[in-house]
Design a protein around this ligand. Structure first.
Ligand code: ATP
Ligand code: MG
Length: 568
């Protein structure tokens, strides 16, 4: 899509919704839902689903519910419920007063199960889970009927009531739908509707000894909430006939299930099970570690909600699975921060520079532009004095041909300040350069020479006595392989963890204006990238910074890589 397109082309879900509105289906209403299971923190894949569901509601003047799909008492926790609400709001979406829990529907679901038993469409089965699997058959072989399939309605009603009353051991019986053990769709081979599980649920406590399965919960929850378009990921495509079967059998309001491709990203694992493992085994510092693909991790890293929404817009919605290059995500935040972030100067690996002809004990203020992309952002004053720091790798004693930065005898520009020239190099006993002696040209104040002479490089710098020292963290991908899950037999994605995904710089030197940065504040450190004041470890007056992303625009690299792939 370009800026000049008046109407962007519609994705296939929007096309379906528009067709439904035209035909008057669901009275032209659009009502979607985002249905997370509260068993982990939301990740960037969920953002795709959130943007799609809430986005459709916004676009078509409809509604979108937030529904916790909390049918598994064992893995679900209140902590996750809270974090999910926080993350959806942070992304910029609002469910109004429509916050629902599938667990609120347990009584209704129970009544519907009883109704199906009465209709002869459900039965209590005593097969163990292993036997159930055996009887189910395979993709190529039909299943066999359970020996309990023909129990009478009375016996089924009695057993199901006693299952609910907690009379039987966990896993000893199930309630199953009576559909077709020979169906080519395995999901229709008498799927389990209820299991016995004496576990404490995060909301219903010990009230229930039986819990409904996802397939017996999801469609009915959609129906109760009058959802029009129930959007889920592709792996549920084979469940759609079952979704439809339950709604038809119960003769209740029937939403349309639509499947789309889930988001996969290079250098990233996305399943909650694996994210749990990364946290519990200490490979990362927590769910909000800035290297995690979770929304709280991305937030702490410095991503903006706008950047994530524009990423979701950019990747689109399709019907086939694919993997998006993580560069696309990085570029979205780079673009947004280029517009929004104030500029500042920070020196990560300081090299001392003494300006020999600058008066001892004096300093002056120089004017610096806060954001060249935003004229309203104004300017600030930065102090200049006799002793400065520049970046260690901006100096080379014996520079190769293409190195244009500082070297003995060479003149460069200090950003917003003066031209300086290196006149001497001071080394310690080991031969390491510890200080540069330079001169400055007072005539070049502001960065240009009245005599028109040019320099080939502009360096960032800070004044040593005015700068403050703090920790800065640089990140690389958490995994060193593009597809972390591609591993040899017997290994798993963890062998691909990148041992150098975090680099901590304990004593970076930052310009004084950064000392008052509030946690979460975002900056561009000139020439180094975009950085965000850490929300966990910053102290008043001493913020700690995380690098969100480097400055380098990697689109060229990406285009090259894709060309390469096409040729291959
Ligand atoms: P995971 O596989 O990571 O555990 P899930 O599908 O079990 O995810 P849910 O909490 O059930 O997680 O997901 C809530 C909603 O988000 C579902 O509608 C699901 O389809 C969607 N979703 C989850 N992961 C992705 C993804 N990678 N891309 C797009 N949508 C996703
Ligand atoms: Mg799920």
């Amino acid at each position: 899509m370009t800026d000049t397109d008046s109407k962007p082309s519609l994705n296939f879900v929007q096309q379906m919704v528009e067709a439904d509105r035209e035909s008057g289906k669901h009275d032209g209403r659009v009502h979607t839902r985002f249905p997370p299971e509260p068993n982990g923190y939301l990740h960037i894949g969920h953002a795709k689903s959130i943007c799609l569901n809430f986005g459709l509601a916004q676009q078509y003047d409809g509604l979108c519910n937030l529904r916790f799909d909390d049918t598994n008492p064992v893995k679900e926790e209140e902590e996750f419920v809270q974090s999910i609400m926080e993350d959806v709001r942070w992304l910029g979406f609002d469910w109004g007063d429509r916050l629902y829990y599938a667990s609120d529907y347990f009584p209704q679901l129970y009544d519907w199960a009883v109704e199906l038993i009465k209709k002869g469409l459900a039965y209590v089965c005593d097969l163990s889970s292993e036997e159930t699997r055996e009887y189910r058959g395979t993709l190529t072989a039909p299943g066999r009927n359970s020996p309990y399939r023909d129990r009478s309605v009375e016996e089924n009603l009695d057993l199901f009531a006693r299952m609910k009353a907690g009379e039987f051991a966990d896993g000893s019986r199930t309630l199953r739908a009576k559909i077709d053990m020979a169906s080519p769709n395995v999901n229709l081979r008498d799927p389990v509707m209820y299991r016995i599980l004496k576990a404490t649920h995060h909301r219903t406590g010990d009230q229930w000894a039986i819990y409904p399965m996802y397939d017996f919960t999801h469609g009915q929850s959609d129906s109760l909430e009058q959802i029009t378009h129930s959007i889920c990921t592709l792996e549920f495509e084979n469940h759609r006939p079952l979704y439809d079967w339950f709604l038809d059998a119960l003769e209740i309001y029937h939403p349309q299930q639509i499947e789309f491709a889930r988001l996969n990203l290079t250098y990233t694992v996305m399943s909650k099970r694996k994210l749990h493992q990364l946290v519990s085994e200490g490979h990362v510092s927590g769910w909000n570690d800035p290297r995690m693909p979770t929304l709280c991790g991305l937030r702490r890293r410095g991503f903006t909600p706008e950047a994530i929404r524009s990423f979701c817009e950019r990747i689109g919605v399709a019907k086939f699975n694919s993997t998006i290059d993580v560069v696309v995500l990085e570029n979205s935040v780079r673009e947004d921060l280029n517009r929004q972030a104030a500029r500042a100067m920070a020196v990560l690996r300081p090299l001392r520079v003494v300006i020999e002809n600058y008066p001892e004990g004096e300093s002056e203020l120089l004017e610096a532009v806060n954001n060249p992309e935003d004229p309203d952002a104004g300017t600030r004053q930065i102090p200049f004095s006799k002793v400065l720091y520049i970046e260690r790798d901006d100096f080379m004693e014996d520079p190769p041909k293409k190195f244009f930065r500082l070297a003995p005898g060479r003149e460069v520009r200090l950003r917003y300040a003066f031209f300086i020239k290196c006149v001497d190099v001071v080394k310690d006993d080991t031969g390491e350069v510890v200080e540069l002696r330079c001169t400055y040209d007072p005539e070049t104040r502001g960065g240009s020479a009245p005599d028109g002479r040019k320099v080939k490089a502009t360096l960032h710098w800070v004044s040593a006595e005015h700068a403050f020292t703090t920790e800065v963290r640089l990140y690389d991908h958490l995994f060193r392989q593009e597809s972390p899950e591609d591993v040899p037999e017997g290994q798993d994605y963890r062998v691909n963890l990148n041992p150098s995904s975090l680099e901590t710089i304990p004593q970076a030197q930052l310009e004084p204006s950064l000392a008052t940065a509030e946690p979460g504040a975002r900056y561009q450190f000139e020439r180094l990238g975009y950085f965000c004041a850490d929300s966990e470890d910053s102290l008043p007056g001493r913020p700690v910074f995380n690098r969100t992303v480097t400055l380098r625009d990697q689109w060229a690299k990406l285009a090259k890589r894709q060309n390469h792939r096409k040729k291959a």
